[in-house]
Design a protein around this ligand. Structure first.
Ligand code: FES
Ligand SMILES: [Fe+2]
Length: 439
């Protein structure tokens, strides 16, 4: 298939129940995704608590563009392109740091206020009569087109067009409400830094896997079974139930049909949710102390409402997988058609006992960290999928399971069973819309 034909026929590559393999493997389509999805919609940049003091910054990418998130002297969070307007030098090559009162370019010492505006030139003379006047925005570090945050989670958009953040998020803003409401003080704070992991596959395979209700019983079966054996031995040795952290892994040891009991939901713009995965309300002293702190801040009824929410995964298309009850998220940063970086971030619930933080930290280390057996088995399958799709053993990827059977009400698709491939169909429906340049 030639590029022009593909450009005209992106919709023909996405059918309601199958998609063409080139959607994952074609480098030109990848560039088009960057142009029309990642660089034209809301992308998660970071959390406000990463930049507490003026001058604090973190760097990341929006699509292909390196950016800096920085706390200004005005205490606002700014997101700037990571490029000096003089001759283009990258201003902050580190992941994070503190710039002091100004950004000072290492090449010719142009200096900029923390909001990106020019502060001073080392040799101010010589510009008379040129176009580079002090009030010319070309002398400033370019800000991204739009920055908005919701409950401390900062998103940026390289395009001036399209809906605002809250309209874009729609009902999936519940990811941040659920995470923050679980904090007795109603806010979360980021934990120092993140794990970074590069997988050898297209970025869409990561998002699909997050909400794939069938794969855990297959991919993670061996780990789940081994953990169950360890749990059994623990109980025999101690006569007690093991800590909750054991359950994080043994939860994978279930028959494949079990995941059919989950609920997935497809939202507009490609967002998806997965509900009802595992209960996290044991009656141990730590949990009871936490519930006491929640009662103090919210009262009993509101506490029950908050803790009764069971949103295991919220996918905010195309950039984020949030796990609100475990206070963690994974930010997806595509590097190339076959390389994807994920950042795995973790948060503390403000006002909650330390033990509640440690409990979620166990999940972070046991399930989401790059070194876990859970993650390793997922990574292997991402690579296998990408390798298979690169070759010519067939042109189509099947999303037929329960196709046409999931009820749709007001543009929201509720899966008829948790094993339905409705989330993948929902994401690709949005993908085709973005790439067809219709939104
Ligand atoms: S490239 Fe930045 S001051 Fe010259
Ligand atoms: Fe998995």
């Amino acid at each position: 298939m030639q590029l022009d034909a593909r450009a005209l026929n992106i919709r023909s590559m996405v059918e309601p129940d199958r998609v063409h393999r080139l959607c994952y493997t074609d480098p030109d389509i990848f560039q088009r995704e960057m142009d029309l999805i990642h660089e034209r919609t809301w992308i998660y940049v970071g959390h406000e608590s990463q930049v507490k003091k003026p001058g604090d910054y973190w760097t990341t990418f929006i699509g292909r563009q390196p950016v800096i998130m920085v706390r200004g002297t005005d205490h606002k969070v700014h997101v700037l392109h990571n490029r000096c307007p003089h001759r283009g030098a990258m201003l902050c090559p580190d992941h994070h740091g503190n710039a002091g009162k100004v950004f000072r370019c290492t090449y010719h010492a142009w200096q900029f206020h923390l909001d990106g505006t020019l502060e001073s030139l080392p040799i101010p003379k010589g510009y008379e009569g040129t176009r580079l006047t002090a009030d010319n925005p070309d002398a400033n570090i370019k800000p991204v087109a739009r920055v908005e945050s919701y409950r401390g989670f900062v998103f940026a958009n390289l395009s001036t067009e399209g809906p605002g953040l809250l309209t874009h998020l729609g009902r999936t803003k519940a990811a941040f409400d659920d995470m923050c409401d679980r904090a007795p003080e109603g806010e979360v704070e980021v934990v120092a830094t993140c794990f970074r992991m590069v997988q050898k596959s297209n970025w869409k395979l990561f998002l699909e896997n997050q909400i794939d209700g069938v794969h855990p019983a297959v991919v993670h079966e061996s780990t789940g079974k081994a953990a169950t054996e360890v749990e059994r031995k623990y109980e025999k040795r101690t006569g007690k139930k093991p800590p909750l952290s054991y359950h994080y892994i043994t939860a994978f040891n279930v028959p494949i049909e079990k995941f059919g009991e989950l609920q997935t939901t497809g939202h507009p713009r490609g967002h998806c949710t997965l509900e009802g995965y595992m209960g996290l309300r044991p009656k141990d002293p730590d949990t009871l102390e936490y519930e006491k702190a929640m009662h103090k801040h919210y009262g009993k009824q509101r506490t029950e409402e908050i803790l009764g929410v069971n949103l295991h995964h919220v996918l905010i298309y195309p950039c984020l997988s949030v796990q609100p009850p475990l206070q963690q998220l994974r930010a997806v940063r595509p590097l190339a058609v076959d390389r994807t970086l994920t950042e795995i971030w973790h948060f503390r619930l403000k006002g909650a006992p330390e033990a509640i933080y440690r409990r979620a930290l166990d999940y972070y280390y046991l399930v989401n960290a790059p070194s876990t057996m859970i993650n390793a088995d997922d990574l292997d399958n991402f690579w296998r999928c990408h390798e298979g799709l690169r070759h010519e053993g067939g042109d189509w990827v099947s999303f037929h399971r329960n196709a046409g059977q999931d009820p749709v009400v007001d543009g929201i698709t509720r899966s008829v069973v948790g094993s339905s491939e409705a989330p993948m169909r929902n994401m690709f429906k949005a993908w085709a819309q973005y790439l067809s340049d219709e939104n």
